[in-house]
Design a protein around this ligand. Structure first.
Ligand code: NAP
Length: 292
């Protein structure tokens, strides 16, 4: 009999999280706080414009106010920094998302570092990234968070499992290493210099991939019954796909995320959850100042 993996449905889970966000947004509103996300778009990158429109739709569907700050592609780095400074100081704005790419003359790291950590909804600020190492109170990056949330909400425990992560990128693989470790998984991370990738992937109870190479993970690289979480996103012949050869691997895996409809479906709603977490962090910062 052919094994068919359980499909971990990211869209369904995103729908559940949206309902929870709506309730939390209403709680904030009843206290006079209208959660507001500001998106900073520099230039006219088509994918960024499309994502900003999508974000606006998702935000308004859960009652979050959306603010777009758009700057032209010739703007100076100083002007971008002063725009962020203005957003950091605006008490009616609770989260800031900087859309990438930025024009080449602008130092991406300098700009990302200028966002107030408590307003950094994508968890890219060095202070948030640093706190991940100690499993601290911080804002976690949305994509690794999605990889773990999809497991948690599907009743799949990481503790005591061997998690193998393929990819050590700054956005997904590297933060995921520490986040999975803090959930008591034993973690192996693979990259381009890892000899015999399939030796490692076959050891995985839970296999995460965050590479961006379609078809990299084939059926023979996956242990029977393993859980496969695919964060990769690529476009082939106009179709979105992940790193995993989904149709073949689902015959070996015990559970698997599809692409699209898996990890990627959760990232935007988890960013909005981060926004709400950030409001609490901003409130406690105000209290610290008042009490001192
Ligand atoms: P990245 O910074 O380019 O990292 C890719 C990683 O894959 C690197 O560590 C690289 O190794 C490794 N790699 C490349 N080819 C490999 C191979 N043949 N065998 C083993 N490892 C290999 O990318 P990223 O920003 O982390 O993103 C990773 C993927 O996640 C991309 O497809 C991206 O589109 C996707 N993504 C998805 C979401 C979402 O919402 N689902 C969000 C963000 C990103 P080296 O370090 O040795 O070069």
């Amino acid at each position: 009999m052919i094994n068919v993996a359980k499909i971990l449905d990211g869209k369904k889970i995103a729908g559940e999280i949206k309902e929870e966000i709506k309730l939390e947004v209403n709680k904030w509103k009843s206290r006079g706080v209208i959660p507001c996300l500001s998106v900073l778009l520099v230039g006219d990158d088509a994918a960024s414009i499309a994502y900003a429109k999508f974000l606006e739709k998702v935000a308004s569907s859960v009652g979050v106010k959306f603010h777009l700050e758009q700057l032209n592609s010739e703007v100076s780095e100083d002007d971008v920094l002063s725009t962020i400074d203005k957003l950091n100081h605006n008490k009616e704005i609770h989260g800031i998302l900087l859309l990438l790419p930025l024009p080449k003359h602008i130092d991406k790291q300098r700009v990302m570092d200028s966002v107030l950590p408590a307003k950094d909804v994508d968890g890219v600020h060095p202070i948030n990234r640093g706190y991940i190492l100690s499993n601290g109170q911080c804002i976690y990056p949305a994509t690794p968070l999605s990889c773990l949330e999809i497991l948690k909400r599907s009743g799949i425990e990481l503790a005591g499992k061997h998690a193998v992560i393929v990819g050590r990128g700054e956005t997904v693989g590297k933060p995921l290493l520490y986040m999975a470790l803090s959930q008591n998984a034993t973690v192996t991370v693979c990259h381009t210099r890892t000899p015999d990738l399939s030796y490692h992937t076959r050891q995985a109870d839970v296999l995460f991939t965050a590479v961006g190479k379609p078809g990299l993970i084939t059926r023979d690289m996956v242990k029977e019954g393993a859980v496969v979480v695919d964060a990769g996103i690529s476009e082939v012949d106009g179709k979105i796909c992940g790193d995993v050869d989904f149709d073949a691997v689902k015959e070996a895996a015990g559970a698997i995320t599809p692409v699209p409809g898996g990890v990627g479906s959760l990232t935007t709603v988890l960013m909005l959850k981060n926004l709400l977490k950030g409001i609490s962090m901003q409130e406690s910062l105000v209290n610290i100042k008042v009490n001192n």
